[in-house]
Design a protein around this ligand. Structure first.
Ligand code: SF4
Length: 206
């Protein structure tokens, strides 16, 4: 039997505190920090990645290593400031050893925290960065290169009514640096332009 569902937090501060004491899965054993979020909790955009790497574990903040810096640059290229206009988190909040992918059980153990984050931040648009986020949030295994850039509407609480888009993970883009037409980076930049358009539409109420 898995761990019982954690109590609901009434604020993000309370949630952060609860996460800091969490031992719902084995990733608790090797962590330096529980990496909950960075950015603006009032943002309309939420970015969900896979899990903390070494720099995130050391600093306690998500997406601050090389992949995070690339994410920041790419968001900035479509006039999205990652700390002002987005709330950034991961499907697991503790670092998987050796940067391996989190397991299905670890993602499931951490999911109640992520769901509480979605409820409390209440984003209109959610980006799923990479295959683990796609699997952890929507239960879709594989197919990120085919499904990236496609809008989906969340169907079940707490995603119901929100716009979701899978995108390629920035660490994949670091390994594929070409900017040529059709390259992963080029495609992601186009996906982010689409995200910008969606946010503009939502802001103008159309
Ligand atoms: S990864 Fe999530 S569920 Fe596992 S110990 Fe860390 S906060 Fe808890």
């Amino acid at each position: 039997m898995g761990p019982s569902t954690p109590a609901l937090s009434s604020s993000l501060e309370q949630l952060t505190e609860a996460c800091r004491g969490c031992r719902r899965c084995g990733l608790a054993d090797g962590r330096l920090h529980v990496v909950v979020s960075r950015g603006n909790p009032a943002a309309r955009l939420m970015v969900i990645g896979e899990g903390p790497g070494a720099q995130e574990d050391a600093s306690g903040l998500p997406f601050v290593g090389r992949a995070g810096q690339l994410l920041d640059q790419m968001l900035a290229s479509v006039a999205i400031d990652s700390n002002r206009d987005a709330y950034i988190c991961n499907v697991v909040k503790c670092r998987p050893p050796g940067n391996r992918k989190p397991t299905v059980l670890e993602i499931a153990a951490c999911r109640p925290w992520l769901e509480q984050q979605v409820r409390l931040v209440n984003p209109a648009v959610v980006l799923l960065a990479g295959a683990s986020a796609l699997e952890g949030v929507l239960g879709i295994k594989g197919g990120i290169t085919r499904l990236r850039g496609q809008w989906r509407q969340g169907e079940r609480d707490p995603l119901a009514g929100r716009w979701l888009m899978p995108i390629l993970h920035p660490s994949y883009l670091l390994r594929n640096p070409s900017r040529e037409q059709g390259s992963p980076k080029w495609l992601t930049w186009h996906d982010l332009q689409d995200v910008r358009r969606r946010l503009n539409q939502l802001e103008s109420g159309s």
